[in-house]
Design a binder for this molecule. Structure first.
Ligand code: ATP
Length: 112
């Protein structure tokens, strides 16, 4: 990849990160501390990362935590795209609800 293209992709990645941070600031998206999740078990994997089952704050309710291998331009664009689509279809009973976003030590975002 050329240096120019690399720089452009880094700029765009930051743009998506800003989009997520702004959504959290404006309370359009909930942010949860990763240490509030317990009983984390792997349940599947997709093109962008692994999916885990977890409990939140020791409640009995199970949630799916979707992780991302690499927070590059393509992944960030996909995360924002999915969040935008989910907002539009959130009202439908057959659509799994997205509760928010969390981040763990290595910087990998988890969505659930
Ligand atoms: N909310 C969920 N509840 C239970 N299992 C889930 C949930 N979300 C994902 N999974 C499991 O994790 C797997 C991967 O899901 P994920 O959404 O990451 O990828 P995908 O939609 O299958 O493919 P892609 O990554 O190309 O979008 C699914 O096939 C499913 O088995």
């Amino acid at each position: 990849m050329s240096d120019n293209k690399q720089m452009k992709n880094t700029e765009n990645t930051n743009e998506w990160i800003n989009w997520i941070e702004e959504a959290i600031d404006k309370e359009h998206l909930n942010h949860y501390e990763y240490n509030q999740f317990t009983n984390i078990q792997e349940i599947g994997a997709g093109g962008f990362g692994k999916v885990y089952r977890a409990n939140w704050k020791n409640t009995k309710k199970q949630l799916a935590l979707k992780t991302f291998f690499n927070l590059n331009y393509v992944t960030m664009k996909e995360i924002v795209r999915e969040l935008k689509i989910q907002r539009k279809v959130d009202f439908h009973d057959n659509i799994i609800r997205s509760h928010g976003i969390t981040k763990f030590e290595s910087g990998i975002i988890k969505r659930f």
